[in-house]
Design a protein. Structure first.
Length: 282
């Protein structure tokens, strides 16, 4: 399953090679001529040069040669744009060049090909699991009891002695048998140990618990708006060092429209990974 997580675009200029290193997995979905045409009758072709993936280079062997292909050819008034389905892999280097006089724009999306798909997991993310999505270290028991206050298993059971068979008449058997002295003593011991004796101490400990442990004030989440009208709300503000240009960050987030509809959600499993640049996230 491939999930689009951001818009990507690249401008190709005639006579200039564009060397592009993919900061993340991305998909080219559309190729179109620019709004200003220098040549209204000639066609413009888009060429792509790349190194084949999956090849293993040996020190004694020659490196794998690069491959050049033509993605499409565009012509004004005939074919000014076309759809593609080309995926560029993260950290791979690609070279684009134009044959023609018109400017061309490539458009697509950053994609996540590893959402809930264990086959795509790598060693870098082995430390992340479903257990990281939930932190239960601060969760405490509702009731704390001292081991001495708990009933032992021995007090839960009573020995039952079978009464000797009697040869009395039927009317005598209908009368309830009187409890023996041993049964009376066991009954008194059972009534002496009741849960009510433990309840007041448990309630007292519950009331004193909040006084012993004071929670530190948590920073309030602040909503901010960036270019394009996108609003960002940090549900949990981190305390680590600020990320800088060139760093790779991993994050979890939920994307919602203005009407509250969720279009993307990543709260467990493998976090989304981005690289930082002057323009923001790749």
């Amino acid at each position: 399953m491939t999930v689009a997580i951001g818009i990507w675009s690249l401008k190709l200029t005639p006579g200039k090679e564009e060397i592009f290193e993919a900061p993340a997995d991305l998909q080219i979905t559309n190729v179109a001529l620019g709004d200003v045409l220098k040549d209204t009758s000639g066609r413009t072709s888009v060429k792509l040069t790349f190194s084949p993936t999956g090849s293993i280079e040996d020190d004694d062997e020659e490196p794998t040669p690069e491959v050049t292909t033509v993605l499409c050819s565009l012509k004004p008034d005939t074919l000014e744009q076309t759809s593609l389905n080309i995926i560029l892999q993260e950290e791979e280097t690609y070279k684009f060049e134009l044959v023609g006089k018109n400017t061309v724009y490539l458009t697509g999306n950053y994609i996540d090909q590893s959402v809930n798909q264990p086959p795509f997991d790598d060693d870098d993310d082995s430390d992340f699991s479903d257990e990281d999505a939930y932190d239960l270290r601060e969760v405490s028991s509702d009731v704390e009891m001292h081991p001495d206050d708990l009933d032992s298993d021995a007090s839960r059971f009573e020995e039952v002695e079978e009464a000797p068979k009697s040869l009395k008449r039927a009317r005598d058997e209908e009368e309830p048998a009187k409890p023996t002295k041993a049964e009376k003593k066991k009954k008194q011991k059972t009534e002496a140990v009741k849960p009510a004796d433990v309840t007041p101490e448990v309630k007292k400990k519950d009331k004193e618990a909040p006084k012993d442990k004071e929670e530190a004030p948590k920073p309030k989440a602040v909503e901010k708006e960036i270019a394009g009208g996108i609003k960002i709300l940090d549900s949990k503000i981190g305390t680590g060092p600020m990320a800088k240009k060139g760093n790779t960050v991993r994050m979890r987030y939920i994307g919602k429209l203005t009407n509250g509809k969720v279009f993307y959600k990543n709260v467990k499993g493998k976090p989304v990974r981005y690289s930082l640049s002057d323009a923001g996230l790749y």
